[in-house]
Design a protein around this ligand. Structure first.
Ligand code: ASP
Ligand code: MG
Length: 438
């Protein structure tokens, strides 16, 4: 007899819920966590999926611990510091339940130590994900217990079981079909009983239960994945800036805030290196027409920036500075010209070593690329191509992109700088430069 298959419809109404993402800075200490709770209180009637990063600089600390362990050095002090950092947040947040919360933390650190005993240099990327993921597992667990204690109706979803990825550790690719199914199932189940659901940003998992990560700063992308899969009403990224500005306020003193941006404009800005949102975030939201807000967690009453479907006729110029750039020039020395076949060879090697070009240009006998300084990868690239080309190499440069440029901005950004490479299209200007030494 044919087996009867029961297909249960998963009822998720469009626009029924929203997604909030809280990054490391927004939960870096007890006061920040209290502030996060106050933000949640402003939305008493909303069903919210909360995506959290690791607290403060935990991800960097875990990277350091991993490297100490791989180099055979002592990890005790570093682990103790990271434990203390979380324990002191717990002590300030929890009163009668402090012991239980500390016990949970202790267990997480025991598991971390066990995982550290299994890392291998020869499987660096996989080891990386198995260790770095502890940051988000710890933060989400502390926040879940804290918000419960404060009377919120909240439960947790394990992102590792929901976001299905391949095995490209440290930069895993999402299997959208499987992810959508498991997210909808989990979210539907939790929201049938709770008002809020918390989950970990940045993490994913393979079919056979291995932990993966989506790339540094990938929690924004997680928020977009959850929003896309649940047809959420909106995504809000709570940040330490007022919204998206037309330049990094630490470097551009008169930076101004965008009230709104189109998906296209925002996606291009992330491509050129605007670090305010993770580059993969916009696409799923644009595909589903879900608006994204970027708002300040310290001024939650302000509107911030909205990224949505809109037509903006006149764009304010935007300055994006990418630091730690290298300019590599491949030259032919036998008086032959650069051919498509030669350029093809360079691209093949770039693809093989996962190196992304930020800018490129050719002359009769040379081909130049501007790429991120990644010593390990660039070394491999040059080894691969050294028999075909003479290779010249400049380190420690900056790539400045001005979208929708005007001449005065170009002069301002290039004044007293040593220029290595320059390019312009109708709308965009790009230059590779070095701060002048005089
Ligand atoms: N904790 C991870 C990182 O710092 C992911 C994130 O914060 O988005 O890269
Ligand atoms: Mg972070």
């Amino acid at each position: 007899m044919k087996k009867l298959q029961l297909i249960l419809p998963i009822l998720i109404e469009k626009g029924h819920m929203q997604v909030f993402k809280f990054g490391g800075a927004s939960i870096k200490d007890a006061e920040a966590v209290q502030n996060m709770m106050e933000i949640l209180k402003r939305f008493p009637d909303e069903k919210i999926i909360i995506v959290v990063s690791a607290m403060g600089k935990t991800t960097n600390a875990l990277e350091e611990i991993l490297h100490l362990q791989l180099d055979g050095l002592s990890i005790e002090t570093a682990i103790q510091n990271l434990f203390q950092y979380h324990a002191s947040i717990i002590s300030k947040l929890f009163h009668e339940n402090e012991d239980t919360a500390l016990h949970v933390l202790d267990n997480k650190f025991k598991a971390l130590k066990i995982a550290l005993n299994k890392v291998k240099k020869s499987r660096y990327d996989e080891s990386y994900d198995s260790i770095i993921s502890f940051g988000e597992m710890i933060s989400s667990s502390i926040l879940l217990d804290f918000l419960k204690q404060q009377g919120f109706s909240i439960s947790q979803i394990d992102a590792k079981n929901c976001i299905r990825t391949d095995e490209s550790f440290r930069d895993a690719l999402v299997n959208w079909e499987k992810t959508k199914k498991s997210i909808r199932r989990a979210v539907h189940h939790e929201f049938s009983q709770h008002q809020l659901v918390i989950t970990q940003g940045f993490l994913g998992g393979t079919v056979d239960g291995k932990t993966t990560t989506l790339g540094r700063e990938g929690s924004d992308f997680t928020a977009a994945i959850f929003a896309y899969c649940t047809s959420a009403k909106a995504v809000t990224i709570w940040k330490d800036v007022l919204g998206i500005l037309n330049g990094d306020p630490k470097k551009i003193k008169d930076a101004v805030l965008y009230q709104e941006l189109s998906y296209q404009e925002a996606a291009e800005m992330t491509y050129y290196g605007a670090s305010v949102i993770h580059p993969k975030t916009i696409k799923p939201l644009a595909n589903a027409g879900i608006p994204m807000h970027v708002r300040s967690f310290s001024s939650p009453e302000k509107g911030g920036t909205i990224i949505h479907d809109c037509k903006i006729v006149h764009h304010i110029p935007c300055i994006i500075i990418k630091e730690k750039q290298s300019l590599i020039t491949f030259k032919l020395t036998d008086f032959t010209f650069i051919t498509e076949a030669m350029i093809g060879k360079i691209f093949e090697a770039l693809n093989l070593h996962h190196i992304k070009i930020n800018m490129m240009q050719n002359t009769a006998i040379s081909f130049s690329i501007c790429v991120n300084d990644d010593l390990h990868r660039l070394d491999q690239l040059m080894k691969e191509l050294k028999n075909d080309f003479s290779i010249f190499y400049n380190k420690g440069l900056e790539l400045v992109t001005i979208k929708n440029f005007d001449e005065s901005l170009i002069s301002r950004m290039t004044e007293n700088k040593e220029i290595y490479l320059e390019q312009r299209t109708r709308k965009n200007y790009q230059v590779v430069l070095r701060e002048s030494s005089v």
